[in-house]
Design a protein. Structure first.
Length: 749
C-alpha cells in the first residue's frame, strides 16, 4: 500500500507519525524495550504529546532478531497467530549513551540513541539493512484506517526473492505484493500461496509475523527500500541472517517449520481423470492399461471432482452411477501397484447431505448474525467448514477416515483461498487474520488424518493454497494455468519463488490445465514436469494420456519417467535435505550460486537438487538459451561438456533438454526405472563428473554413505557399511577413467 505522493508529500488524506528519538531504554530478559516519541522532546510540555511508538527487540534463536512495533497496547488480541519456534538461549544486550544493541549469534540490531533516528541490522561489522528516518510509521488514510509501516533499506545491487508462489518475475524489486490468498490462476499478480517472507542475496531475509494482509512495496514506492504495512496496532518482523540464501532458508524454516518428507512413491508419475471429462472405472482402467502397454511407469492415479455426484461437493461419497463398487475398484488399483488420490475441498454444497448435518452440529462458518455463510461461486449454496472448531475438524476428519478405510491413499486438497471476512469464527478469530490462515488449518487437518492413519512416512497431500507454515504439509502444486508456453514459464517462476519461501516440494499440471496443449508443447512440458519435484498429468476439459497427442509423446513420457525413476537415489536425498534443512528440491540458480551475478535474475532454468542444472525448452523448435556458471559441466544425457561462465544456445529434440551435471559432482543412479519406491542403494551406479585429482566426495543413498576418491586416473569408492552386499571385503572397488568422456562411472553391485 502506498502512502506517499513522491518524496516530500503524503497522499491526500494520509497522515503519518514517525519516531524521531529514543526517550528511554529498558533491558529485560535478553530483550530491549524502547519508547520513541514521534516529535522532538525539547521541554516537559513535549512529553504531553503523542503518539509514542514502543519498540521491542528480541531474539527467538541465534542469527534471528525480532522487532515488535506497537502503537496502542490496549487492542484486544485475536488470533490466529503463526506458529513460531523459539530456542532456549539468551541474546546479549548492551547500551550506552550512543546506542542500544541486541546481539543474537552473528546478527545485531543497533538503535541510535542520539542524533537522527536510525535502526541498523549488522553482521560481521557490515550493515545488512537499516530502518532510517521516517522508516517506521503510524499511518492513517483518508478513511481513518490505522496502519503500522516499516521501511528497510535496499542496498545497491540487492535482489529480493520469495513472498510465496508468485508468477511474475522471480526478482521482486519494483513489484507491489499483497499477501492475500486468492483463486486467481497463474496469469495475474494474485497468488494461491502467499508468504510474508522475503530473502535477499545480501545476507539477510525478513519474515513479517502477521497472518492477515501484509502489503509489500518492494522498491516500488521508496525505490531504495522494502516497505511493508499492516492494518493493526502491533507489527512484528524478524530479520534473519544468512549469510547465504540457503542458510537464510535453513533459519527461516527452523523458525516456522520444516517440510515433512513425502513417501518415495509420491515422486513417481501421477495420472488424473482430469476435471470435467467423462470417466468411470472402465475409463480409468483403460488409461492405466494403456500406460502399462506403452511401458510408461505409473505410481499414483488421481480421481478429480466428479468421483462424487454433481452439486454434492463435498459429501465424500462415490457416485454410485459410475463407481458402484468403490472398495473393489480401489482393491483392483492397488493390485496393479498403484496408490490412489481423490480430490476434496473444504466447501460443502447446499445439496450435500453434509450441509444439513454440519449446520445442525454448528460445524459450518457463520455470519455475525448466526446464519450460515453461503454463496454460489463454486457450488450452489456452498458453505465452509469452520476449521477453528476442534469439533468441526474431528467431524471433517471422520469423513476422510472412512475413505482411507476404503483404500484411498492420499488427498488432493483443492481450494481454501476464497475465505470471507464478513463472518464470525467459532474460536473468535479475527476474520482478516483468518483469511490466509484458513488453508493452514484445512491442510493440517487432512495431513494429520493421513499421518495418523498411514503413519509419519506415508502422509502426503496435493495442496493448492498455502501460507507461512504450510510447508510442513507437502506437496503443493501450482494451480490453474493455461496450455501455453507462457503459462509453462509463469508456472516455473511460481515454483521457484515458492521454493525461495520455505517450501521444499512443488508440482504443476503437465501440459497446462485450461485448454488442450499442442503435441509439441505437451512434449516440452513432459520433460519439465518429470524433472520437477513431483509430476502430475492433469487437465480441465481434456485428458492428458500421452497417446491422445501423438506416438512421440508416448516415447517422451516413457523416456523422462524412467529417467526420473533412475534418478531417485539422487532426488530422494535432495528431498531429505528439504526435510532436514529447508532447502528446496527445485532451486533457483541464485540459491546455489549467490556470488555469481549472472545467476541473480535467472528464472527459466533451475538446479534440481545441488548438482543437476535443468533448462526446460519453451519452443516447438527446441531452441533454448541458458547460463552455465563457472567450470566444466557435463550433459547428463549425452556426455558432452560445456565450460562456463557463459551463455549457451542449443537446439534439442523432444527426447532431450539441457540437463547438466555440476563439475566435481557424484550422481547416484538407481538400477530400477519402473517405480520410485525401491531400495535406492541396491545396484546403484555412482557417476563421478570431472573430479579433481585428490578430490573426495561423500554421497549418501538411504542409510548408506559412499565416499568417492580420485587418485590419479583411478576412482576408489568405499562404503560405510562393510557388510553391505555391494561391498568387497575391503569395502572398495576400483574403476579406471574412460578416456574421452565427461564422467567417471563406478558401479557397485
Amino acid at each position: 500500500m502506498k502512502f506517499t505522493d513522491g518524496y516530500w508529500l503524503l497522499r491526500e488524506g494520509v497522515t503519518a507519525a514517525h519516531p524521531v528519538q529514543v526517550l528511554d531504554v529498558t533491558a529485560t530478559d535478553g530483550a530491549l524495550e524502547i519508547h520513541a516519541p514521534t516529535q522532538p522532546v525539547r521541554h516537559r510540555g513535549d512529553l504531553l504529546k503523542g503518539p509514542v511508538v514502543t519498540i521491542n527487540a528480541h531474539a527467538p534463536m541465534p542469527g534471528v532478531i525480532g522487532v515488535t512495533l506497537t502503537h496502542f497496547e490496549g487492542e484486544q488480541p485475536r488470533g490466529p497467530e503463526f506458529e513460531v519456534t523459539t530456542e532456549s538461549f539468551t541474546p546479549q544486550v548492551s547500551y550506552d549513551d550512543g546506542h542500544a544493541t541486541l546481539t543474537s549469534g552473528e546478527l545485531s540490531v543497533r538503535i541510535t540513541r542520539t542524533g537522527p533516528w536510525r535502526v541498523d541490522f549488522l553482521a560481521h561489522g557490515r550493515t545488512l539493512t537499516t530502518s532510517g528516518p521516517k522508516g517506521i510509521g503510524i499511518m492513517r488514510d483518508a478513511t481513518g484506517a490505522h496502519y503500522l509501516r516499516e521501511q528497510l533499506g535496499l542496498g545497491v545491487g540487492t535482489h529480493v526473492y520469495g513472498l510465496g508462489e508468485r508468477f511474475g518475475p522471480l526478482v521482486k524489486n519494483g513489484q507491489v505484493v499483497d499477501i492475500w490468498n486468492a483463486d486467481g490462476g497463474t496469469a495475474t499478480e494474485q497468488a494461491y500461496k502467499n508468504v510474508p517472507f522475503y530473502l535477499t542475496d545480501a545476507g539477510y531475509g525478513v519474515f513479517v509475523d502477521h497472518p492477515g494482509k501484509v502489503s509489500f512495496e518492494v522498491g516500488s514506492e521508496a525505490v531504495s527500500r522494502v516497505q511493508f504495512s499492516v492494518a493493526a496496532q502491533r507489527l512484528t518482523y524478524y530479520v534473519i541472517h544468512g549469510p547465504t540464501p540457503k542458510e537464510i532458508l535453513r533459519k527461516y524454516t527452523a523458525l516456522t517449520g520444516r517440510p515433512a518428507l513425502p513417501p518415495a512413491w509420491s515422486f513417481g508419475l501421477w495420472l488424473s481423470t482430469s476435471f470435467t471429462t467423462s470417466y468411470d472405472e472402465e475409463t480409468v482402467t483403460s488409461f492405466i492399461e494403456g500406460m502399462r502397454e506403452r511401458e510408461i511407469p505409473l505410481s499414483v492415479f488421481h480421481f478429480d471432482c466428479f468421483w462424487m455426484r454433481e452439486f454434492n461437493w463435498c459429501d465424500f461419497q462415490w457416485d454410485p452411477r459410475v463407481f458402484p463398487d468403490p472398495e473393489g475398484m480401489l482393491k483392483r488399483l492397488h493390485e496393479r501397484g498403484l496408490h490412489v488420490c481423490v480430490w476434496i475441498n473444504p466447501y460443502i454444497a447446499q445439496r450435500s447431505p453434509l450441509f444439513a448435518e454440519g449446520k445442525a452440529l454448528g460445524h459450518l462458518l457463520r455470519r455475525p448474525d448466526g446464519s450460515v455463510w453461503q454463496w454460489d461461486l463454486w457450488q450452489p449454496g456452498m458453505a465452509l467448514v469452520d476449521f477453528t472448531s476442534p469439533a468441526a475438524r474431528d467431524w471433517y476428519a471422520a469423513k476422510l477416515e472412512a475413505l482411507l478405510a476404503q483404500g484411498v491413499d492420499c488427498f488432493k486438497t483443492d481450494f481454501g483461498e476464497r475465505v470471507p471476512v464478513d463472518v464470525a469464527w467459532s474460536d473468535g478469530s479475527d476474520p482478516e487474520r483468518m483469511h490466509n490462515s484458513y488453508t493452514y488449518l484445512y491442510n493440517r487437518t487432512v495431513f494429520d488424518v493421513l499421518r495418523g492413519h498411514r503413519g509419519e512416512q506415508e502422509a502426503v497431500v496435493f495442496a493448492r493454497s498455502a501460507t507461512t507454515g504450510s510447508q510442513k504439509f507437502p506437496v503443493h502444486w501450482g494451480g490453474d494455468c493455461e496450455s501455453t508456453y507462457e503459462a509453462m514459464a509463469e508456472s516455473m517462476r511460481g515454483g521457484l519463488s515458492l521454493g525461495m519461501s520455505g517450501f521444499g516440494y512443488w508440482s504443476h499440471d503437465i501440459g497446462g490445465f485450461e485448454g488442450t496443449p499442442t503435441p509439441a508443447l505437451f512434449k516440452r512440458w513432459l520433460a519439465f514436469g518429470l524433472l520437477s519435484s513431483h509430476s502430475r498429468l492433469h487437465g480441465s476439459s481434456s485428458y492428458r494420456v500421452p497417446w491422445l497427442f501423438d506416438e512421440e509423446s508416448v516415447a517422451v513420457a516413457r523416456h523422462f519417467t524412467r529417467l526420473k525413476l533412475r534418478l531417485m537415489p539422487y532426488l530422494y536425498e535432495a528431498a531429505r535435505a528439504a526435510h532436514t534443512e529447508g532447502v528446496p528440491v527445485m532451486r533457483a540458480m541464485v540459491l546455489e550460486f549467490p556470488d555469481d551475478p549472472g545467476c541473480a535474475f535467472l528464472e527459466r532454468q533451475y538446479m534440481l537438487g545441488p548438482d543437476l542444472l535443468v533448462a526446460p525448452v519453451f519452443s516447438d523448435e527446441g531452441d533454448v538459451t541458458y547460463y552455465v556458471p563457472e567450470g566444466t559441466w557435463t550433459h547428463f544425457l549425452s556426455g558432452e561438456t560445456v565450460t562456463g561462465p557463459r551463455w549457451v544456445r542449443e537446439r534439442h529434440g523432444f527426447l532431450s533438454l539441457p540437463l547438466l551435471v555440476r563439475p566435481g559432482a557424484v550422481i547416484p543412479v538407481g538400477a530400477v526405472d519402473d517405480r520410485p519406491d525401491y531400495p535406492h542403494a541396491d545396484g546403484v551406479t555412482l557417476r563421478a563428473y570431472g573430479p579433481r585429482r585428490g578430490a573426495q566426495v561423500t554421497v549418501t543413498v538411504g542409510d548408506v554413505a559412499f565416499t568417492v576418491v580420485r587418485e590419479g586416473d583411478v576412482l576408489r569408492a568405499s562404503c560405510g557399511d562393510p557388510s553391505a552386499p555391494w561391498a568387497l571385503a575391503a569395502g572398495e572397488r576400483v574403476a579406471r577413467a574412460r578416456a574421452g568422456t565427461g564422467f567417471l562411472s563406478l558401479e557397485l553391485d
